[in-house]
Design a binder for this molecule. Structure first.
Ligand code: NAP
Length: 290
């Protein structure tokens, strides 16, 4: 008998990779999204809109909420992170759900001066995006289901090459005051989600970033060196950057829970990404660049 019946609500890039990883491990997996395109076997495709009545297969034991808004606007964030989750929780009533995982982001922190933050630090977002995600977190944590919140930093990897484009395009970096970036490789995002779904991993909030928060200039200098491009010009930036936060995130709790990073820092992660591109391996064919 299959032990787990897992629903991935918002099954795109991370959800599909997670589903493929779990479906081989004594679990049946359904991926929900609006698009009619089928998910690869052995995933079951569930077509539906989180903002409309949902028809779920019976007996869901685990749910992962991974929907992403299509626009950087408050209304879209409200719909995706709050109203969609509320609707899903209603649809899950009566299911034997043992664990709910809500994917959030480090945007919930409003610290401005590059200070270190952990899961215990105040989360007082200055951006609408952070405020809506925090609302979603609260809904998940008070749902009555054992809930885990995963706060990802900036995701990079195949098909997510914004920083590489910035360096190739000769964009400057924010040097004054130093602006920190907290990153995680896409394959580690998948690994972390599988890890927090393990029954022995305690529930609660986890910051999911690699070991090496660094300044934007350090990262862009490293990429410029790897790409053989000119070192980016230094510019001044507003305190807290454009989205009102500047912090270094600690992954201690995640590592103490037993997670081992595939790419402990941006150096290994971007090197692998560039090597794979050089070997001309199409990593995510057909997907739009992020
Ligand atoms: N990008 C970053 O640096 C970053 C940082 C921190 C956290 N995160 C989080 O990481 C996750 C990123 O996941 P990802 O890369 O896998 O995103 P993705 O590839 O864009 O997948 C998101 C999926 O959600 C589905 N979706 C969106 N609205 C929906 C709705 N109303 N009903 C049903 N399905 C819906 C989309 O499919 P349809 O459009 O077909 O419905 C899509 O398949 C998100 O939770 C995001 O908040 C990202």
């Amino acid at each position: 008998m299959t032990a787990r019946r897992i629903l991935i609500a918002g099954c795109g890039d991370l959800g599909t990779a997670l589903g493929r990883k779990l479906a081989g491990e004594d679990a049946e997996v359904w991926g929900l999204r609006r698009s009619a395109r089928s998910l690869p076997a052995p995933l079951h495709t569930l077509r539906g809109d989180l903002l409309s009545p949902l028809h779920l297969p019976g007996g869901i034991t685990d749910a992962v909420y991974l929907a992403t808004p299509g626009r950087y606007e408050d209304e879209a964030y409200l719909q995706t992170y709050v109203l969609g989750l509320r609707n899903l929780l209603a649809a899950l009533r009566g299911h034997p759900v043992k664990r709910l995982v809500f994917v959030s982001s480090t945007a919930v922190y409003g610290q401005l001066d590059g200070e270190w933050v952990s899961e215990d630090s105040p989360a007082e977002p200055r951006s609408f995006s952070g405020r809506r995600m925090l609302q979603g977190e609260a809904l998940a944590l008070r749902s009555g289901i054992e809930a885990t919140v995963v706060r990802f930093g900036g995701i990079y990897g195949a098909g997510r090459e914004r920083m590489l484009r910035k360096v190739r395009g000769g964009e400057p970096c924010a040097a004054e005051p130093p602006h920190y970036t907290n990153r995680i490789h896409r394959d580690d995002c998948v690994g972390v989600l599988a890890h927090v779904l393990e029954p022995q991993t305690p529930d609660g909030i986890y910051l999911a970033v690699d070991d090496a928060p660094c300044t934007q200039c350090e990262l862009m200098d490293y990429l410029a060196e790897q790409l053989d491009c000119p070192r980016p010009e230094r510019v001044a930036a507003p305190r807290g950057g454009l989205r009102g936060s500047n912090k270094r995130c600690s992954n201690r709790k995640l590592k103490d829970s037993g997670y081992r990073f595939l790419y402990p820092s941006y150096r290994e992660g971007y090197r692998a990404l560039l090597e794979s591109a050089a070997a001309n391996k199409p990593s995510r064919p057909g997907s739009a660049p992020r």
